[in-house]
Design a binder for this molecule. Structure first.
Ligand code: FEO
Length: 163
């Protein structure tokens, strides 16, 4: 069964949001590199890569269901934050926004009784729990380390080990 135009558009739009997520995290990487936080920059580069993988999952799914992908403009992300904690806070807020967006498409798919799309989106529902939790954990550590630059550098080294 070919996907409805409404669902195709929503998925296509989500593909754009995933690429924007990649762009946003790459921008955070540029900020961290400029500030001398190589580990945080490395973590963000890995995250940017992961977001591109998410985008490609939407790409493949749209074609698997007989749809057509149309690439849209990618918004320019911010390039500066007040500090490390503020950048990760912005990352968490962004992930919460992405989660809401996935839920909106899921509700649309349920409304249209498009079970295949509901099933496809379940992976993203679980992935979002993981993504939010990861960033929330880092943010908690940063809050605890607040004002102690040596602890922040320790965390920077730790996140620099992300595979
Ligand atoms: Fe693809 Fe981090 O949401």
């Amino acid at each position: 069964m070919v996907i409805s135009e409404r669902i195709r558009k929503a998925l296509n739009n989500q593909l754009n949001k995933e690429i924007y997520s990649s762009y946003l995290y790459l921008s955070m990487a540029t900020y961290f590199d400029a500030e001398g936080f190589k580990g945080f920059a490395h973590w963000m580069k890995k995250q940017a890569q992961e977001e591109l993988n998410h985008a490609m999952k939407f790409y493949s799914y749209i074609y698997d269901r007989g749809g057509r992908v149309e690439l849209e403009t990618i918004e320019k992300p911010p390039s500066k934050w007040e500090g490390v904690e503020e950048a990760f806070k912005a990352a968490l807020e962004h992930e919460e926004f992405v989660t809401r967006s996935i839920y909106d498409i899921l509700e649309l798919a349920m409304e249209e009784k498009d079970h295949a799309t509901v099933s496809f989106l379940k992976w993203f529902v679980d992935e979002q729990v993981e993504e939010e939790e990861q960033v929330r954990e880092i943010l908690d550590l940063l809050k605890k380390a607040s004002g102690h630059i040596s602890l922040i550098f320790q965390l920077d080294r730790y996140l620099g080990q992300r595979e």
